[in-house]
Design a binder for this molecule. Sequence first.
Ligand code: PGA
Length: 305
Amino acid sequence: MHLTLRQLEVFAAVARHLSYTRAAEELHLSQPAVSMQIRQLEEAAGLPLFEKLGKQIHLTQAGSEFFHYSQTVGRQLQELDEVIEALKGVHSGHLRISVATTANYFATRLLAAFSRRYPGTTFSLDVTNRKTLLDQLASNETDLVIMGKPPEELDLDATPFMENPLVIIAPPSHPLAAQKNIPLISLQDEVFVAREQQSGTRIAMERFFQERGVTLKTRMEMTSNSAIKHAVEAGLGLGIVSIHTLELELEAGRLVILDVEGFPIQRYWYLVTCTGKRLPPVAQAFFDFLMGEDAATLMQPGNLL
Ligand code: PGA
């Protein structure tokens, strides 16, 4: 049977998602390109690999066998990659790191400081949502993740390395902007522009208010912090964001932080890996670097080691 690694990779994505569309999105391909690869693979196998029942596709028995072996091949290739990276050592290794949407605001500064210490290292940085980060850890698509606290029931090692305070932002003209020690209860009269349901910021914000019996009115949801900041500036409501997302807005007086009882919500940034994963030397070096330095100082612009 003649088949290519690319076809196996495309097949594995379709089998994982049980969707041509989602596989095409993940691989940045068009849907016809995905269908063509699967057709060619089915021709090579001489058997159908998927069947359609109603609107949903399912793996056939041959498809299940293919899925099993495609995962084994994927793991072997990954291991080969790791062995090669280990041979290169820290100084010319490639770091695969994925970070939560909010960590985008400082991850590149940490990487810049690291690459000054270890010139010759290269990186691929993926900025994505919490669910994708957990999927990437489970499928070993990344070495290290920077995110808020991951769920405890998963087999992950999470090490806190920096504080992540969440604050309430408002335009300077807002009536609460000048008040001190604003009671939490008065926020019930305000509307909020919030992050998407699965975001770490949103989960922490909901837990905080739920525990205190305060119900917030959410007018809009947005998947990006900068969209929230723009919406708050435009007067669409108050926002809750990590202090790390605020850069020039405070200095330029476009936004203010409200002095609300119980705020900031104190959270942490974690370095997360799969339990038992042997980190490639460059990833281990990055881990040790962050543990040995004060990350909050490193991420200040102009403060690169
Ligand atoms: P997020 O940030 O809100 O962008 O998901 C991660 C976190 O704070 O847990």
